[in-house]
Design a protein around this ligand. Structure first.
Ligand SMILES: Cc1cc2nc3c(=O)[nH]c(=O)nc-3n(C[C@H](O)[C@H](O)[C@H](O)COP(=O)(O)OP(=O)(O)OC[C@H]3O[C@@H](n4cnc5c(N)ncnc54)[C@H](O)[C@@H]3O)c2cc1C
Length: 478
C-alpha cells in the first residue's frame, strides 16, 4: 500500500511520497523522525535492522546546526558520576568503527584537547582533575613534572594506537619544548587524549549513503501535526511542497535540533530545554601563527583584553560592548582547520550565553571575530600582529539546545510511541552516535546500558536528582 500524495520530486536526497509504505497495523515498523545530527542515528537504526524509517526534514540534510560545528570530539567530561564519559566513550567507539570501515573518509584525528594555564593555582587543579577523571573512565592520568619525562605527543593525522586518558605537564620547560607557540608564561598543560576532530560533512554524507542503501527514505517537509489520540502516536502530518501528507505510524522521534521543544509541543509534551546562540570564527592564518599540527587549544584562565585608553573609554560607554573592558571568562579556544595547505584557523569564545528563542537567520556581533582574535592572542602571541590589521573573518554559528545541566535527552516520552533525541548542546556531533545507539536500544526494547537513566526526560521527576541539580558544578561546556 502507498501513502500516495505528491508526484514531483527533486534530487536523490528527497523521496517520492508515493514510496512511503503504510505500516502494517500493529507491526510497529515505521519510525518517522525529524532529522538528527549528522544523520548518525539513522545508521544506528539501520544496524539494528529496523525497517521502514522515514526521515522528515524541512531543510537539506546536515544544515541548520550540524554544519556550523567546530567538529571536535572528546571523552573529557566532568561528573557527577561517569554517565557522560560512558556515553561519550561509546559514541567515540562507534565513530572509530565508522572511520575504520570507511577508510577514514571523514578524517578522524586524535590530536587531543590541550588545556593551558598561566595561573599557578590552576596547576594542582589540572593534576587533581586528571586523577579524578581517571576514576570516571576517561583513561589513566600521566603527570609529567620533569623535563626528562616521557610525554608522547599526538600525531597530526589518524587515530589508531594512541593513548587514552590525560597527560598533565607541570614542567614549564617541557611545555615549551612541545608547545613552543603557547604564551611564554604558560605554566602547565592538560592534554586530554581521546579527543580530536573530523569532517562532519564527510561523515554525514557517508552515513546518508549507507542509510539510503539500507532503505531509509528522506522526505522534505515540515512536521506540522502528530496524532496522539488516546495517549499514543498514530500518525504524523507533514507539509511537503505545499501539500499535506499524513503518514500513519505508531512511532515518532523528535530530533528537531533547536526546534525540539516546538515539536515536543505537537505531542503535548513540554521539554526542559532552552537555546543559547554560539558562533565560531574562521580566518586565513597567513602568518602561520597556529601550527598546522596543533591540537585543539583551550586557555583555562579568564582574560582581560588589552585596549588603548581611548578604546577603553568608548567601550565602557557602549551598551553592547561594555563587558569587553571587564575580565572575560576562561575558555577561549581554537584549532587549525583543513588538510594540506589550508591556512584556516577556527576560534570560539563563549562569553555571552543568554538563553534566547531560536530564530533564523542568526545575527552575530560584528566585533566577535576581533574579540576572539584578541583573546586567543593571549594564548598564542604570534596571533597579535593581526590586531593591528585585522584579517577578513568569517563568522557563523547556531544554537546550543540544552538542558539546564547540559546533558542530552535520549529516550521515550510520556506519549506512547514518542521518543526524543535532543538537547545535544555544543557536543551533538561527537555524541550523536552514542545517543542514537541508546535511543535505538529504547525503541527496539534491548537491554539498556548503565548510563541510560542519566539521559531520560523522566530524570527530572526524581527528587534526589532535582536536589543534585541545585549543586551541579561544571557543565562541561567550552
Ligand atoms: C558554533 C558551534 C560549534 C559547535 N561545535 C561542536 C563541536 O565541536 N563538536 C560537537 O560535537 N558539536 C558541536 N556543536 C554542536 C552541534 O553542532 C549540535 O549539537 C548538532 O549539530 C545538533 O544537531 P541536531 O540534529 O540536533 O540539530 P540540527 O542540525 O539543527 O538539525 C535539526 C533538524 O530538524 C529540522 N526540523 C526542525 N523542526 C522541524 C519540523 N517541524 N519539521 C521538519 N524538520 C524540522 C531542521 O530543519 C534541522 O535540519 C557546535 C554547535 C555550534 C553552534
Amino acid at each position: 500500500m502507498r501513502a500516495a500524495l505528491i508526484r514531483e520530486h527533486g534530487d536523490r536526497d528527497k523521496i517520492l511520497i508515493e514510496d512511503v509504505p503504510k505500516p502494517v497495523a500493529g507491526s510497529g515498523e515505521i519510525v518517522v523522525a525529524v532529522k538528527a545530527c549528522g544523520l548518525n542515528y539513522l545508521d544506528i537504526f539501520v544496524r539494528r535492522g529496523m525497517p521502514g524509517i522515514v526521515l522528515v526534514d524541512e531543510r537539506p540534510p546536515l544544515s541548520l546546526t550540524s554544519d556550523k560545528s567546530t567538529e571536535c570530539y572528546r571523552n573529557w567530561w566532568p561528573g557527577p558520576g561517569d554517565d557522560m564519559v560512558a556515553l561519550m566513550n561509546r559514541s567515540i567507539d562507534l565513530l572509530e568503527e565508522l572511520a575504520r570501515e570507511s577508510g577514514n573518509v571523514f578524517r578522524l584525528n586524535r590530536r587531543g584537547y590541550l588545556f593551558a594555564t598561566a595561573d599557578p593555582a590552576q596547576v594542582p587543579v589540572f593534576v587533581e582533575r586528571a586523577r579524578e577523571a581517571a576514576t570516571r573512565g576517561v583513561g589513566p592520568a600521566r603527570i609529567h613534572a620533569r623535563a626528562a619525562s616521557d610525554y608522547r605527543p599526538a600525531p597530526a593525522d589518524g587515530f589508531e594506537d594512541q593513548p587514552t586518558g590525560v597527560d598533565v605537564i607541570t614542567d614549564p620547560a617541557l611545555v615549551r619544548r612541545h608547545f613552543p607557540y603557547l604564551a611564554d608564561d604558560t605554566l602547565a598543560v592538560l592534554h586530554a587524549r581521546r579527543c580530536g576532530w573530523f569532517s562532519a560533512q564527510q561523515l554525514g554524507m557517508y552515513l546518508l549513503e549507507r542509510a539510503r542503501e539500507a532503505g531509509v527514505r528522506l522526505l522534505e517537509g515540515s512536521v506540522e501535526r502528530i496524532d496522539t489520540t488516546g495517549g499514543r502516536v498514530h500518525g504524523v502530518r507533514v507539509s511537503a511542497r505545499g501539500e499535506d501528507v499524513t503518514i500513519a505510524t505508531p512511532r515518532f522521534v523528535d530530533a528537531a535540533g533547536p526546534f525540539v521543544g516546538r515539536v515536543g509541543r505537537l505531542l503535548g509534551v513540554e521539554l526542559p530545554v532552552f537555546c543559547e546562540r554560539h558562533a565560531k570564527v574562521a580566518f586565513n592564518d597567513v602568518l602561520r601563527a597556529v601550527p598546522r599540527s596543533a591540537p585543539m587549544t583551550i586557555w583555562t584562565d579568564p582574560v582581560r583584553l588589552g585596549w588603548s585608553d581611548e578604546e577603553r573609554e568608548q567601550l565602557a560607554g557602549s551598551a553592547d560592548h561594555k563587558q569587553l573592558v571587564e575580565e572575560l571568562p576562561a575558555g577561549v579556544h581554537g584549532r587549525p582547520e583543513g588538510a594540506g595547505d589550508s591556512p584556516v584557523v577556527l576560534l570560539i569564545w563563549t562569553y555571552d550565553i543568554e538563553p534566547v528563542e531560536p530564530t533564523f537567520p542568526l545575527e552575530f556581533d560584528a566585533s566577535y571575530g576581533e574579540i576572539c582574535l584578541r583573546g586567543m592572542s593571549r594564548v598564542i602571541p604570534a596571533l597579535a600582529p593581526y590586531l593591528t590589521r585585522l584579517p577578513r573573518v568569517f563568522v557563523d554559528g547556531g544554537y546550543y539546545t540544552k538542558t539546564r545541566e547540559n546533558r542530552l535527552l535520549a529516550g521515550p516520552l510520556p506519549v506512547e510511541g514518542a521518543y526524543v533525541l535532543g538537547a545535544l548542546s555544543g557536543y551533538g556531533l561527537m555524541s550523536s552516535n552514542g545517543a542514537a545507539d541508546l535511543l535505538a536500544d529504547h525503541i527496539t526494547g534491548r537491554a539498556l546500558p548503565s548510563y541510560a537513566p542519566a539521559f531520560l526526560v523522566s530524570r527530572y521527576d526524581d527528587p534526589a536528582y532535582r536536589a543534585l541539580l541545585e549543586q551541579w558544578g561544571d557543565s562541561g561546556q567550552l
